[in-house]
Design a protein around this ligand. Structure first.
Ligand code: SAH
Length: 347
């Protein structure tokens, strides 16, 4: 590209009201912003020159002031087992992120990344190994949806913020993304079709509850006592299990949305009957659901688990009256779990 986009405003990261303000500052009428908004978020053009209901002069002005970012598909891996497709996207600054498209009975779901890398350091997680680089911009989160829908020619019906990164460590950009996504003149997506997964940044769970977006909160719990959890998740040293569960109870009270607890099962670490009982005590009286994930093997780590252990642990929980399911494994032939592909590119 010959153009220097660095000083231009990233138009896909703006809310409609911010765009209206900017357009008025350029001496244009407010309704023009809505026209541009629909070109960007409904028709999804990537070039101001395609905005045919604007004058050529105005389009020229727009491209002097704004840029429309885009992502490049660096790699596209399609599973032979199911319809899972994993994308490795290159960001405008050359960094890479991963996005995974999954097919379910009710439609397509997209797992998006929120940061380049991750600071959280969970011991079993591949995303953390290549190191943290930066937060994704709202536009870069949104574009994972736009580029994937364009490439695959399908409509995505639900979004999970469960790819690379810790979404609550990028709170401002993630919430801005959600607000753009739900705008009724744009994507008009009900945020009830969005799930956000966090390792447990407690103050931000309160902030998210107060926003009352209606999104499902998934909490990566993975252990039932502080000693064990701190061993595998350093974030637990900052916010312990009791503080985390209190925040989840607040989220539930505020939003009336059932909380989902992710539990990556690791043989010999968190799969005993004592842990199942402890889980029951922790979640007592809370509308919730435990999602057991047999831990994915990653090259650099020694943890293992399999489906059999997951079924054993699920049975223990169900016998105790705890609502528990085992996460379906999709795209196992393409390492669909996030972080694994980016790592090969960055190191
Ligand atoms: N940072 C957020 C979201 C990204 S990780 C979070 O921590 O929730 C998405 C989910 O995958 C989390 O539950 C995470 O703990 C889990 N996960 C990471 N590595 C895994 C692995 N090797 N096996 C199974 N689950 C894993």
């Amino acid at each position: 590209m010959t153009e220097n986009n660095h000083e231009k405003i990233d138009i896909l990261s703006l809310s409609l009201s911010e765009l209206e303000e900017k357009i008025q500052q350029l001496g244009e009428k407010k309704f023009r912003a809505l026209q541009i908004w629909q070109w960007l978020h409904v028709k999804r053009v990537r070039d101001f020159d395609k905005m045919s209901n604007l004058s050529a002069q105005f389009r020229g002005k727009l491209s002097d002031v704004f840029c429309i970012k885009s992502l490049i598909i660096s790699k596209r891996l399609a599973s032979n087992i199911d319809n899972t497709v994993k994308y490795l996207y290159e960001l405008p600054d050359g960094n890479h992120i991963e996005t995974v498209l999954m097919e379910y009975k009710h439609g397509y779901s997209l797992c998006v990344s929120t940061q380049v890398g991750c600071k959280m350091g969970c011991r079993f997680c591949a995303s953390t190994i290549a190191g943290y680089k930066r937060n994704l911009l709202p536009s870069e989160i949104l574009l994972q949806i736009y580029e994937t829908e364009r490439d695959s020619n399908i409509n995505i019906s639900s979004i999970v913020l469960m790819g690379i990164g810790e979404p609550l460590d990028n709170f401002e950009n993630v919430t801005r993304f959600l607000e753009i996504l739900r705008d009724k003149d744009g994507n008009n997506m009900s945020l009830r079709h969005v799930s956000l997964s966090t390792c447990g940044i407690v103050p931000k769970i309160y902030d998210l509850a107060d926003k009352n977006y209606g999104i499902t909160l998934s909490v990566s719990l993975h252990a039932t006592d502080d000693e064990k959890r701190s061993e595998i998740m350093p974030v637990n040293d900052k916010y312990n299990i009791n503080e985390l569960i209190d925040a989840c109870r607040y989220y539930l009270k505020k939003t009336k949305r059932r909380i989902s607890f992710e539990y990556a099962l690791i043989d010999g670490v968190n799969d005993s009957i004592e842990q199942a009982k402890q889980l029951k005590r922790l979640l007592h009286g809370m509308q919730s659901h435990v999602n057991i994930i047999p831990v994915n093997k990653i090259k650099e780590r020694e943890f293992t688990s399999d489906r059999k252990s997951a079924i054993r642990f699920q049975n223990m929980l169900v016998d105790l009256g705890v609502n528990a399911t085992i996460r379906r494994t999709l795209g196992s032939d393409i390492d669909a779990a996030c972080g694994q592909l980016r790592r090969e590119y960055e190191i």
